[in-house]
Design a protein around this ligand. Sequence first.
Ligand code: MN
Ligand code: MN
Ligand code: ZN
Length: 285
Amino acid sequence: MTGVRLGAHMSIAGGFERSIERGLKVGCDTVQIFSKSNNQWAARPIQADEAARFRQAAKESGITPVFAHDSYLINVGSPKPDLLEQSREALRVEVERATTLGLAFVVMHPDSHTGSGEEPALKRIAESVAWVLEKTKGSSVKILYENAAGQGSNVGHRFEHLAGLLKWTGHPDRLGICLDTCHLFSAGYDLRTKAAYEATFQEFDRIVGLKKIQAIHLNDSVKDLGSRVDRHEQIGIGKIGLEGFRCLMNDARLSRVPMVLETPKDEECTEDVMNLKVLRGLIKK
Ligand code: MN
Ligand code: MN
Ligand code: ZN
């Protein structure tokens, strides 16, 4: 038993505390949420009573950590000054909201260079995140860069990109990495066998450092190795398959890391129940 904490992304529809209720219902140890609509810029400020209800529910549930994922509109690597400024401000608000809710971190996508070149974009992203961390000084909320699948002109799909982002951002006490298994695989990092899994994580350790991993997204992949297409599949029935997840569930180096599902699901979260059962069944007693 590795004691790994497993959970899922949960909706906040009906109130922030509903994400905790949903998590409890399917047996989550940890939960990820959007603290606002993921495809809108604006958000109503969080009221004190809403935050208090959520914090109370989270505390009573024993679900920990609870963390946020940023809005899909944010692109702090954009070469367009207007979008860049709007994105930085929106990311600052994300960290502020997470602070109000008492969340552990905000997972963010490094996003795309839209033709401006990888390295300049990575440096813009790092500069933007450093700005947000400065602006939210005093908050304990960390920002985690999520590895990308490498679709279109997205950056963050190579381990070297993640290492560069961490180095150029600074603030190591408030910065980390969220690894998404589907994105790893789509980006060309194999996980299908014990040997492939080991090689991938050894390479990650050499270039980025395993200790930087603060969260993991558990997704199988619809598309093949190196497809650079981001399509999440239920655990074990995608192109990664069960063996890769068995390695992850029993990896003592990562047993401290909270892991959440982002797999397609219905209103009742039926698939979460199924996937959590599959994952827990892989843990060697
Ligand atoms: Mn993500
Ligand atoms: Mn993800
Ligand atoms: Zn994805």
